[in-house]
Ligand binder design. Structure first.
Ligand code: G6P
Ligand code: MG
Length: 220
């Protein structure tokens, strides 16, 4: 069946799909982990993709010998990590949009496909503004709208609800395994951006959005 009769919406993840902020998240978490004397490398960082700030902090603390920490102290650490992260992304601009993104957005518009953002980040709107992309989205659901984190499908379900489409008519584009699990759990189609061996639960795998145009959806 022609994909144009099947697909009504595309839901983009932000970090790692539209913009490569993952490296800045890593640098900010790494510096916090160093301060706390917790060993933390890019390998462990893979687990943080797609999960919330607090869940990320709890994961890092679990890697160290931290017996107990009050909620208040955890909050302070999360705030300090975020301030550092925001410093690192101050200069983010249109040139940081990952290859293929603008073409996919344009193709969605040309084919009357609705566009939503489905991100765990509480900084999503600020980042979309820096990239001058905020007006392109029909619906934006981010970490300020959700109570459950990926692999729970809530973020994508809210996006589909906002767009007035069904999960089965929507494609989620994700770089995180947990994000792809969330898509699957909600009954969404998915495209995994990155290593196909890691992202082996996606319906379609691409190294980058620039590797295909929307006709790749014919494979669904
Ligand atoms: C995205 C990233 C995660 C990040 C999360 C929360 O999902 O992949 O690495 O922890 O957003 O981001 P925030 O900007 O709210 O700290
Ligand atoms: Mg991501």
């Amino acid at each position: 069946m022609d994909w144009k009769n099947k697909i009504k919406a595309v839901i983009f993840d932000l970090d790692g799909v539209i913009v490569d902020t993952a490296k800045y998240h890593y640098l900010a978490w790494k510096s916090l982990a160093d301060q706390l004397g917790i060993p933390f490398s890019e390998r462990e960082n893979e687990n943080l993709k797609g999960i919330s700030r607090m869940d990320s902090l709890n994961f890092i603390l679990s890697l160290g010998d931290v017996q107990y920490m009050s909620q208040d102290d955890k909050m302070k650490l999360a705030i300090s990590k975020n301030l550092h992260y925001l410093e690192l992304i101050t200069d983010l601009n249109r040139e940081d949009i990952l290859p293929g993104t603008l073409e996919w957005i344009q193709e969605c518009k040309d084919n009357n496909i609705k566009i939503a953002l489905g991100s765990a980040s509480k900084n999503a709107r600020r980042i979309l503004e820096s990239l001058d992309l905020i007006d392109q989205f029909d619906v934006i659901i981010d970490g300020t709208n959700t109570t459950k984190t990926k692999p729970d499908p809530q973020v994508f379900e809210l996006a589909a609800k906002g767009l007035g489409v069904k999960a089965s008519e929507s494609v989620v584009i994700e770089d995180a395994y947990k994000g792809l699990e969330a898509a699957k759990n909600g009954g969404f189609y998915s495209i995994g951006i990155g290593d196909p061996e890691i992202l082996n639960i996606a319906d379609i795998n691409l190294r980058s959005l620039s590797d295909a145009d929307m006709n790749i959806l014919e494979k669904l």
